[in-house]
Design a protein around this ligand. Structure first.
Ligand SMILES: Cc1cc2nc3c(=O)[nH]c(=O)nc-3n(C[C@H](O)[C@H](O)[C@H](O)COP(=O)(O)OP(=O)(O)OC[C@H]3O[C@@H](n4cnc5c(N)ncnc54)[C@H](O)[C@@H]3O)c2cc1C
Length: 532
């Protein structure tokens, strides 16, 4: 037994999509991180099949968005079809301003490989694969983890100031801490089938929800030559029989698919849950991702919500570790994230009801109702433009509402801009994860912010010449957005959320205890990807 103590700033338990995102974020910010993961290799079952533009924006902040998008399918429509295969609701999501395609289909193991390769850029991140986090203890100074090497039973003791429990839906850490995970698990179980495409077919172009009361189904192209089907296990069916190849072919043949077109990779039966951990912060331990919340997969937001958790939490942890922000700021993680996750979950439940309704009379009514209401332009626009998609805007949290500006708590859209050097760049790449003042008027002194060393950038209209201290609003987005919010100056947090905003009023003071370090995130190019 090894009793040597290994010291870190943050320990991450769990190296799924949420843990690996946190490792990239923290690694890029230069803190010492240990990751403890039970499995020796990436989980081979592709669970998530879709993500969204805000999630890609977070992965942009770790320099991996473009590489990840190479392996994703964007711009695919979504059709809800009746029992005879006729569409009654068709969606083609339009961008909501984060600067990436609104919805992207993914192949989760390949995506996780790119994210893991990204972590290799950071010598300050140590990865302990094949290690079980056997226990977690905390005191007023830090957290102690006992990690057991599953190959030889050797035990390591790790110590850090904070711990992120990204250890999945059954989170042993949540259980060990006695934190409730209230909600419900759906009675219906679903068989999830991943296949490799051998030959394309004519209807492979989009995600189809077959809303057939006899047996609903998900039928979705996923990238890198994969295709996903999901079917509920019907009452009286034997789950084991259902995942046999014989039975799977019976299900797939119903949609015209044969072994000439696809090869079955794996089939697993899952339950759907609606659950929330009663607290997401327990002293120095933070639950993130599925450890904190579980939602049904219908709008593809379970993993994406977890990535948002990491995006919200990691820069705050680093700011507190550096003494830039007071430790109480860490309470704003749950305050900001939980309402959004709740809204996302409620929306996923609503979409699930549309898809999984099994009462024939109701499905007939549903199909007719959607066909009629989708003819109403405002309803069609609301559905098409994803007006139903919960905006990631905070009402409470690390915000200064003084002045009451409506921009406060919203994430600024991300257009392309022209930098002071004349280069075309995405806004976030210019802001580079730093607190920044962005203003559209003539320069005003904001002495408290200047004293904290916060950069101040003036937004100039499209067509302006690049000049020092400016960004040119080439897409004509930033100036209309600030005007619409009756603001002329925005104080932006590292996650490009508006901390404070002012028009005629003065900007509130910054929240810092000590001035933030200049470089918050490091933009390191992604390394070559290895094969999962
Ligand atoms: C059928 C299905 C479809 C889905 N579709 C989508 C979708 O389209 N879009 C979407 O966004 N989400 C989707 N989801 C949800 C998504 O898959 C999950 O939300 C996401 O994978 C959770 O990521 P995580 O990192 O929080 O947890 P996990 O991926 O579960 O990772 C947790 C990790 O912690 C490790 N671990 C656990 N305990 C310990 C321990 N004691 N010591 C060390 N390591 C430990 C585990 O080995 C695991 O690797 C879907 C889920 C399912 C089941």
């Amino acid at each position: 037994m090894n009793t040597e103590l290994h010291d870190y700033d943050v320990i991450i338990v769990g190296y799924g999509p949420v843990g690996v995102t946190a490792a990239n974020l923290l690694g890029g910010m230069g803190v010492r991180v240990a990751v403890v993961e039970r499995d020796a290799a990436i989980y081979p079952r592709a669970r998530a099949i879709s993500t969204d533009e805000e999630t890609i924006r977070i992965w942009q902040s770790i320099g991996l968005a473009e590489r990840l998008k190479e392996d994703m399918l964007a711009g695919r429509p979504i059709d809800f079809v009746d029992a005879r295969g006729r569409s009654f609701l068709s969606l083609a999501p339009t961008p909501r301003g984060a600067g990436h395609p609104p919805q992207l289909f993914i192949y989760q193991p390949a995506m996780e490989q790119v994210l893991r390769d990204g972590v290799r850029r950071y010598p300050n991140v140590e990865i302990l694969l094949g290690h079980d986090c056997a226990s977690v203890e905390q005191d007023s100074d830090g957290v102690t983890v006992t990690a057991r090497d599953l190959t030889d039973d050797a035990v390591r003791t790790l110590r850090a100031a904070y711990l992120i429990a990204a250890d999945g839906g059954s989170s042993p850490i949540r259980t060990q801490l006695g934190i409730g995970f209230d909600g419900r698990t759906y009675h219906d179980r679903w068989v999830v089938i991943d296949t490799k495409v051998k030959r394309d077919w004519d209807t492979v172009d989009r995600l189809r929800f077959h809303c057939d009361p006899a047996r609903p189904a998900v039928d979705c192209p996923t990238p890198l030559g994969h295709h996903r089907w999901e079917f509920p296990v019907l009452p009286g069916e034997d789950e084991q029989a259902l995942i046999s190849h014989d039975y799977i072919w019976r299900l797939l043949r119903r949609y015209g698919r044969t072994p000439d077109e696809v090869e079955i990779l794996r089939a697993v039966v899952y339950s759907h849950h609606v659950r929330f951990a009663e607290r997401w912060r327990i002293g120095r331990i933070f639950l993130a991702g599925d450890a904190a919340h579980a939602m049904p997969p219908w709008i593809g937001e379970g993993m994406s919500s977890g990535v948002r958790d990491a995006g919200n939490l990691c820069w705050k942890l680093v700011a507190v570790l550096r003494g830039e922000l007071p430790a109480e700021v860490l309470d704003t993680y749950e305050v900001e994230r939980k309402p959004h996750v709740r809204e996302m979950t409620a929306q996923a439940v609503r979409f699930g009801r549309i898809i999984t309704e099994r009462r024939r009379a109701l499905t007939a009514l549903r199909d007719l109702a959607f066909r009629v209401v989708m003819r109403v332009p405002t309803v069609r626009a609301y559905m098409q433009e994803a007006g139903w998609f919960p905006a990631n805007a905070y009402r409470k949290g690390l915000l200064d509402h003084n002045g009451g500006n409506r921009a406060i708590g919203k994430q600024l859209p991300q257009p392309w801009v022209r930098t002071d050097g004349g280069d075309r760049a995405r806004l976030d790449d210019v802001l580079a994860g730093r607190w920044t003042l962005l203003h559209t008027g003539s320069a005003r002194p904001w002495p408290a912010w200047a004293a904290s060393g916060i950069p101040c950038l003036r937004v100039t209209p499209a067509g302006s010449a690049p000049a020092p201290g400016t960004v040119v609003d080439t897409d004509d987005v930033l100036i209309p957005w600030t005007r619409q919010h009756r603001a002329t100056v925005l104080a932006l947090r590292p996650d490009v959320v508006v901390y404070a905003a002012a028009g005629d009023t003065d900007l509130p003071r910054p929240p810092f205890v000590h001035p933030p370090q200049r470089r918050v995130a490091e933009q390191t190019p992604p390394p070559a990807t290895t094969t999962p």
